[in-house]
Write a protein that binds this ligand. Structure first.
Ligand code: GTP
Length: 383
């Protein structure tokens, strides 16, 4: 499906559901399309509860003066097809909307995985004309499966690369949304969306501040920030009205790029300062473990696979990030996991005088700090 520059792009490409097996490496399209990780197209997942401001954010990005060519993939429920499309304005002179793809039949989960992969492939075929892809989910979507589809190992030389997950939250209604199922075994999507976020846009602050939000440090906003950090202390929080956020804070964050460490270091520092006093707790939270002794990489892999794949300690780990000091390695290793998918990669060399240690942050439910600490210690080398 191709068209000339002077033709009007199609309004939407509807992708029919297909039950075919998805190839194990679905985004590795033909050989001559293979890209190194550096020139893959970044994909930003935009998630957020119903009405929080996702479309407002997409409009803001498309209308920004960045000169980037941006494609948007919308994920909508069947009856809504076209509604969302109508609410998004293509940027004039800024972003160029190359293609619209609406994923029919429900939220992003395994049932639409194939459609998503197809949509991405179509976009990537036109890679020479594309700088970035925005993927707006429905308000009820859990972003984890999407992140898993997009976040592929560097070695796969994927044509697309997960750049970051941005979650838009409604400052006025967040409390209510989080409270809905706080005490039940059900967890709202609002929790999951925050738990998986790299960036949380705390939007609609005009509705909770009495005066100009820039000059007033509202107690409510401070409380909301605490609430968000208590779920995910790795996220960067940005306040906004109508999602008017500097685009440099949104695109090209490379949150999953193992070589992009500055960000991770500061996040780890912050998470260390978060209280982890509650041991057995079913709320979504962040905790961090530290270990000074070098670790055996094979043991760490087995340990992590036990937690993520075999549910060995009955913990629900959504997200995991950290640095490792590996035995017989002069490079710092970075560990990242989204649900059951994980990678451990060597990055830069440890610097002279640097405080070498292992630090791993977990975000999830039923996290038990002691078990994690003790079981991780078993991965260290005997002294
Ligand atoms: N007061 C105020 N209204 C806002 C702000 N941001 C967005 N809105 C309004 O909130 C409503 C919902 O915004 P959308 O961008 O459509 O939200 P959405 O998350 O895409 O909504 P769904 O697709 O229904 O999940 C619209 O009427 C926006 O104009 C804000 O910062 N302040």
């Amino acid at each position: 499906m191709d068209f000339e520059d002077d033709e009007i792009p199609p309004l939407a490409i509807e992708i029919t559901q297909n039950t075919e097996e998805i190839p194990s490496n679905p985004l590795n399209i033909s050989e001559n399309r293979r890209k190194t990780s550096n020139d893959s197209v970044g994909v930003t997942i935009i998630t957020g509860y119903l009405g929080s401001g996702k479309s407002t954010l997409v409009n803001h990005i498309l209308n920004g003066k960045h000169g980037k060519r941006i494609a948007v993939i919308l994920n909508e429920f069947g009856e809504e097809i076209g509604v969302e499309r109508a609410m998004i304005n293509e940027g004039d002179g800024g972003a160029i909307v190359e293609e619209w793809v609406e994923l029919a039949n429900g939220c992003v989960c395994c049932t639409v995985k194939h459609s998503l992969v197809q949509a991405l492939e179509q976009l990537i075929q036109r890679k020479e004309r594309l700088d970035h892809i925005l993927l707006e989910t429905t308000g009820l979507a859990n972003p984890a499966p999407l992140a898993s589809i997009l976040w592929l190992d560097d070695q796969l030389e994927s044509a697309v690369k997960l750049d970051s997950i941005i979650t838009v939250v409604d400052a006025k209604n967040l409390r209510l949304q989080l409270c809905q199922h706080r005490d039940s075994s059900l967890f709202t999507e609002a929790y999951l969306q925050i738990a998986f976020a790299d960036v949380v846009i705390l939007n609609k602050v005009d509705l909770v501040s009495q005066k100009d939000f820039k000059s007033v440090s509202s107690d409510i906003l401070v409380e909301l920030e605490k609430e968000i950090y208590s779920i995910n202390s790795l996220a960067s929080i940005i306040h906004s009205v109508r999602c008017q956020v500097d685009l440099s804070k949104l695109l090209g964050r490379r949150a999953y790029d193992a070589t992009h460490l500055d960000h991770l270091d500061s996040l780890l520092k912050r998470s260390l300062s978060i209280s982890t006093s509650v041991i057995h707790d079913n709320s979504v939270r962040t905790l961090c473990i530290c270990e000074l002794q070098k670790v055996d990489l094979d043991k760490v892999r087995l340990w992590l696979e036990g937690i993520l794949w075999e549910n060995k300690y009955n913990m629900d780990v959504y997200r995991c990030k950290g640095v490792l000091d590996v035995q017989n390695a002069d490079k710092l290793h970075v560990i990242q996991a989204v649900r059951e998918i994980y990678e451990i990669v060597p990055t830069r060399k440890w610097q002279q005088g640097e405080n070498r240690m292992n630090k791993i942050v977990f975000i999830g439910r039923y996290l038990d700090e002691e078990i994690l600490r003790i079981s991780f210690r078993a991965c260290t080398m005997p002294t």
